[in-house]
Design a protein around this ligand. Structure first.
Ligand SMILES: Nc1ncnc2c1ncn2[C@@H]1O[C@H](COP(=O)(O)OP(=O)(O)OP(=O)(O)O)[C@@H](O)[C@H]1O
Ligand SMILES: [Mg+2]
Length: 281
């Protein structure tokens, strides 16, 4: 951490807090960098077919204009009919609806991905505010979809929960780390379940996979910074350490349940209201 003269921290505690903030930010940037390629791919696909649909629509319009133009000049209704038969009017009409519908869906998908990225990267946000956890999870799913879809069928089972006081971009980051870990734990193609619920004055969300599972002797190391079983260059071992620091900051906790060869479930508990945390500006 670089400390210049004019922002020298006044205490060790403050220096640590500052280092933690920078670490959070840089891990998030690294994560966003990693998924940017995936997101680009995800957007590229609908852009591709919307573009080709618009080209086809242009051709269809040319055909349809041939009929409307002929209305002014044609000598007889039969002449119009023969133009209409020539362009295979019924097919064009049916396909036009399909092309428009598919294109609108594609554009909608692109809009969702972009909105999710915006939601996801509220980097400046540091204050605890009431937020909809389900929306956060949906946002995160949209962002990591590309990492998940080739590895697992993702199921959501959302309970009836109130909004919770949290720093939503950071909670999204926890969800992202758990989801990406779950996908990495699955060797070929598996299943990931995301559930939410409430118990007393706490809300929980969990991510369960049917992947490799974790050896009981490793469970105690999971949240240590730089603990990773992934090959060099693949994992930094910071995902869970940062997730824990975020959850601690929210006065919550993370539970792990894992059976080797069967799968793993991470459950995050968060208080609905933050007691005694003065909202930071
Ligand atoms: N769902 C899971 N199933 C099996 N093992 C897991 C799971 N989640 C975490 N682990 C184990 O915990 C280790 C630490 O996870 P963590 O997210 O902190 O780091 P990482 O995924 O290795 O690297 P990154 O910094 O890229 O997240 C992983 O390397 C893996 O061994
Ligand atoms: Mg990880």
């Amino acid at each position: 951490m670089e400390i210049s003269e004019n922002n020298r921290p006044t205490s060790l505690e403050e220096a640590l807090a500052q280092a933690n903030r920078q670490l959070l930010q840089s891990e998030k940037l690294a994560a966003i960098g990693q998924i940017a390629a995936g997101v680009a791919h995800e957007i590229n696909n609908p852009v591709g077919y919307v573009q080709s649909n618009i080209q086809t629509l242009g051709n269809y319009l040319q055909d349809l204009f041939r009929i409307t133009d002929a209305v002014a000049s044609a000598g007889s209704v039969d002449e119009l009919k023969s133009i209409r038969d020539n362009i295979d009017y019924d097919y064009v009409r049916g396909d036009l609806d399909d092309l428009l519908k598919e294109s609108l869906e594609g554009l909608d998908r692109i809009k969702k991905i972009i909105a999710s990225l915006k939601d996801f990267s509220h980097a400046e946000e540091e204050a605890f505010k009431p937020a909809d956890l389900h929306r956060g999870i949906e946002t995160t799913l949209n962002v990591v979809n590309n990492e998940l879809k080739y590895k697992a069928e993702v199921h959501t089972d959302f309970g009836d929960i109130p909004s919770i006081e949290c720093i939503v971009s950071q909670v999204n980051q926890v969800a992202m780390n758990l989801l990406v870990n779950a996908a990495h734990a699955i060797e070929q193609f598996g299943r990931i379940d995301i559930r939410t619920g409430q118990s007393g004055d706490e809300v929980w969300f969990e991510v369960e996979d049917n992947g490799a599972g974790i050896d009981p002797s490793n469970l105690t190391h999971l949240f240590e910074p730089f603990y990773t079983t992934k090959p060099v260059g693949k994992g930094t071992g910071l995902g869970l350490a940062l997730s824990k620091s975020i959850v601690d900051k929210h006065s919550g906790r993370i539970e792990v349940d894992s059976v080797i060869g069967r799968g793993t479930r991470f459950r995050v508990w968060l208080p609905i209201q933050q007691a005694g945390v003065a909202p930071t500006a």
